[in-house]
Design a protein around this ligand. Structure first.
Ligand SMILES: Cc1ncc(COP(=O)(O)O)c(C=O)c1O
Length: 469
């Protein structure tokens, strides 16, 4: 018999070559991080030149991996807004913690298939352990279960599917035809607007989402919620779910969790809490009371890849009604290595093939403990407090009354228009903040996202915010 051809060395190098490249890569990434932390927050690359350069990659002739890695790191240093820069005070994208980065390396080597406990008994059990630990922290009860998802959007989508499945036993078979009228669900107008895509994707249509008025302070107004539900019922629509946001994207506001729970219960609706960002406060004994009422949710979303600073693609969906997950996502095949409906992730979640996402949070949590993770979250609040103090002293006005790590502020008149000011700050490359709308006003949104932001970074931000044109 003819021998098999050798493995393709470019894809599967020898052990010694692999070790050499890995050692070099580890060192180079550590050096890159130092440069990123000290460098500009914004991309510096000339995109026209980059596109021209990309045209050279016609994939005809192979290139040495080390050159490619060096080139990729260089272009990443020039070509993105730098989340790892401690002067990124931006959207909820964190500078990733190191244990989570290690988790990605380990998961990449083994590449376990987390669809089933048959092929990945240890990873599946480990993820279940972390989910239960977070569920306990949220006082959701020992029965609570769930899974890791790619992000808050997937997790919130799962909540809607559970709510629909709970509301109409025929939904699994007949879709929205199982309902006597058009479906409606409720969240505040300051919710994360991916809910519209979720409604579309779930087949209930974007009009199913009722954006409820806020109370003037960025929190859902419970009276407006009750009115909207009553109005919809009177018009023949079918309410299925109330979503409270615990940590709004724009302003870090927490909807009245108990009042929303009361309404959901009274109206027999699924109660979901989107704590994608603010849920991180569960880690801190000091901040946890801000989330009082979370224990009354039917389901919650928490993104570990926000304030818990794991690498991207790490969210948790937790519910006290595990049987609904199994009902909503069941499937039957003969080729899967196991089919235990309450355990196997492919039978309980939207994904099939699945990455070992939960290891990121497991390692971060095991390494820092709740105490360390909580201290990281509290540190974010302290960073924002320090910024607030300085800005107020300089004549800025605070717009949001949040106890979390997002500050919405209005500049003194002499600094001019908010959007122009934000453009100036971002263009300087010295810090990154966002403009947003809070209760009808343009504000500068400043969020602590990086666990290594220091006083020098705070001062640099305050200084660039106050520069006049
Ligand atoms: C409150 C809230 N929910 C959901 C999401 C969406 O999460 P992801 O981007 O992880 O899909 C976000 C993102 O910022 C958010 O702030």
């Amino acid at each position: 018999m003819d021998p098999l051809p050798d493995p393709i060395a470019a894809l599967f190098p020898s052990a010694s070559e692999r070790g050499r490249v890995e050692d070099w890569l580890s060192g180079d990434l550590s050096r890159a991080l130092l440069r990123i932390q000290a460098g500009p927050v914004i991309p510096t690359i000339d995109m026209a030149a980059f596109r021209a350069e990309l045209r050279g990659y016609d994939f005809d002739a192979p290139r040495p991996l080390e050159d490619l890695l060096r080139w990729t790191i260089e272009r990443m240093e020039q070509g993105i807004v730098q989340m790892a820069n401690p002067r990124y005070f931006g959207l909820f994208n964190p500078g990733p913690n190191f244990p989570a980065q290690c988790a990605d390396r380990i998961a990449s080597l083994f590449n376990p298939q987390l669809a089933s406990s048959g092929s990945s008994p240890v990873p599946v059990e480990l993820e279940r352990h972390v989910i239960r630990a977070v569920a306990r922290r949220a006082s959701l009860g020992e029965e609570a279960t769930g899974h890791f998802a790619t992000g808050g959007s997937e997790s919130n989508y799962t909540a809607l599917i559970c709510a629909l499945t709970a509301a109409a036993p025929g939904f699994a078979g007949d879709g929205v035809r199982a309902f006597a009228g058009p479906v409606r669900f409720y969240t505040s107008r300051d919710c994360h607007i991916a809910w519209l895509k979720i409604a579309h994707q779930a087949g209930v249509g974007r009009n199913a989402l009722r954006l409820v008025d806020t109370d003037g302070g960025g929190r859902m107004d419970p009276r407006a919620l009750l009115r909207a539900i009553a109005e919809d019922r009177a018009n023949g629509a079918v309410p299925v779910m109330v979503v409270a946001t615990a940590g709004t994207t724009g302003a870090g506001m927490i909807d009245p969790l108990h009042a929303c729970a009361d309404i959901a219960r009274q109206e027999h609706l699924w109660y979901h809490i989107d704590a994608a960002w603010g849920g991180a406060a569960l880690a801190s004994n000091k901040l946890r009371p801000l989330l009082a009422g979370i224990e009354r949710a039917d389901s919650i979303t928490i993104d570990a890849h926000k304030w818990w600073a794991t690498t991207m693609g790490c969210a948790l969906f937790i519910t006290r009604h595990g049987h609904l997950l199994s009902e909503a996502f069941h499937a039957s095949t003969s080729f899967m290595p196991s089919s235990v409906s309450a355990v196997d992730p492919y039978l309980n979640s939207a994904q099939w093939s699945r990455r070992f996402m939960g290891l990121r949070l497991f390692l971060a949590l095991a390494c820092a403990g709740w105490q360390g993770l909580g201290a990281h979250v509290e540190r974010g609040v302290e960073v924002v407090e320090q910024i607030k103090e300085r800005l107020v002293r300089l004549g800025w006005t605070v717009a949001n009354d949040s106890s979390l790590a997002v500050l919405d502020v209005l500049p003194p008149a002499e600094l001019g228009d908010v959007r122009a000011l934000v453009r100036r700050v971002v263009a300087s490359g010295r810090a990154w903040v966002a403009p947003t709308l809070f209760e009808g006003r343009d504000v500068v949104r400043i969020c602590a996202t990086n666990g290594q932001t220091g006083i020098g970074d705070v001062d640099a931000l305050v200084s660039v915010l106050n520069e006049r044109v």
